[in-house]
Design a protein around this ligand. Structure first.
Ligand code: SF4
Length: 402
């Protein structure tokens, strides 16, 4: 923090807690109030605590930013969330680092749709965003080519077993849950949908586009205007597919993740995407989306630090950072924001035994990506700290408003 005193300390803490992971003391878990806090959540990638354990779905920091994650049983050097004198703190080797709060749950959370589905299984609540993930199965895994950092199919199979949570949502459940959520004044400012990739259709991803159209129309039936604040995190669609999506739904912004901004490493880590579409075409499609959605309304996510996975990744942090920021600048110069999450070598992913880079790497990455948006005057409001909350670099963008 002394060395990077131009970076918010909350961003530094968030990055380190995410990369090292955290656990709760029994006292801290005792402070979870099931009537007030979120303790169950539908997540695509990551985990939900496992074994039906009631754990907070996330932590809120004093500046309003979030640390999104669940405790890891296998972390070697985790932070510890403890309750001390009635307050919750992140602690490291017994020392208090920062106060935290658990996320409150929204009013719709304990209600059910007319088909009997718990609404928390239809929509997750990020601080001010409704997250609806209509399909938790990714076809790239079918041929054994899921991205090596991802655990989507292992995670959704576990959730199906433990919580009886369906991998697919129905349009009617989506309509009813959004309707209920909107009854809470001021709670939500955006809606996000995401899904595992669906490769089928006359053209690759045609069926995925159809699924989003159906689900966005169901959500959109709750709004008076055709367009409503919304985003999707989806496969890289062709221009024809993007136009179909834009014209037939209320969708306003679009994300498709390049994941690893380096062609050779993408081919190794995201083999399915590379085999079916290819790095250059995946990138071209994201950039072409700017023609439809406008500069600043298209972003691409990267798994920050995964470019250092071994044995093929970078072995030097300076080289890795330089390569990532150069490619991110190429995107930014063409109207696309690159945002990162901290790579967590997760259970159920091929890379579960890997080691992520140093904290300093993540601080420089967050600053570098945020500075690029400043340089190219890109706004990434659809992924900001209140809507997504999972990107240290977009937390920093608040400073760009000065
Ligand atoms: S495309 Fe890759 S990152 Fe996305 S859900 Fe499928 S395996 Fe996971």
């Amino acid at each position: 923090m002394d060395k990077y005193n131009d970076v918010s300390p909350f961003v530094i803490i968030k990055s380190d807690v995410t990369r090292r992971s955290f656990i709760y003391t029994d006292r801290a878990l005792g402070a979870l109030d099931k009537s007030k806090h979120q303790y169950q959540q539908r997540v695509l990638i990551g985990s939900n605590g496992g074994e039906n354990a009631a754990v907070p779905v996330s932590l809120l920091l004093r500046d309003g930013t979030s640390i999104i994650g669940t405790p890891s049983k296998t972390a070697k050097n985790p932070y510890v969330v403890d309750q001390i004198d009635g307050k919750l703190y992140l602690t490291d080797q017994g020392e208090i680092v920062e106060e935290v709060h658990y996320w409150y749950k929204p009013d719709y959370y304990d209600k059910f749709t007319s088909s009997g589905t718990p609404m928390w299984q239809v929509a997750s609540a990020r601080p001010q965003r409704l997250d609806i993930d209509p399909n938790s199965h990714c076809h790239f895994w079918n041929k054994g080519n899921g991205c090596k950092f991802c655990n989507i199919n292992a995670n959704s199979t576990q959730s199906e077993k433990e919580c009886n949570m369906s991998k697919q949502l129905t349009a009617q459940d989506v309509y009813e849950t959004v309707k209920e959520a909107l009854k809470q004044p001021g709670a939500f400012t955006n809606l996000k949908m995401s899904s595992g990739s669906i490769l089928s259709g006359a053209e690759i991803f045609d069926d995925e586009v159809d699924m989003y159209i159906e689900m966005l129309q169901a959500a959109g039936d709750n709004f008076k205007d055709k367009k409503f604040p919304s985003t999707i995190v989806a496969s890289a669609f062709s221009e024809k597919q993007l136009a179909r999506l834009y014209e037939n739904t209320g969708l306003m912004t679009y994300t498709s993740d390049i994941e690893i901004p380096n062609e050779a490493l993408f081919a190794w880590i995201c083999k399915g995407k590379h085999n079916e579409v290819g790095y250059a075409e995946w990138k071209r499609r994201i950039i072409r989306a700017v023609d439809i959605f406008g500069a600043g309304n298209v972003s691409s996510g990267i798994v920050g630090g995964c470019e250092m996975a071994q044995p093929h990744g970078f072995t030097n942090e300076d080289d890795a950072l330089k390569a990532v920021l150069e490619e991110a600048e190429d995107f930014a110069s063409q109207g696309v924001s690159v945002v990162h999450c901290v790579w967590v070598p997760m259970h159920g992913s091929a890379f579960h035994n890997q080691q992520n880079p140093s904290l300093e790497y993540y601080v420089r990455l967050a600053k570098g990506l945020s500075d690029l948006r400043k340089k190219y005057l890109l706004n990434v409001d659809m992924d900001n700290y209140r809507k997504c909350g999972n990107h240290p670099d977009t937390d920093l963008d608040r400073g760009n408003l000065d």
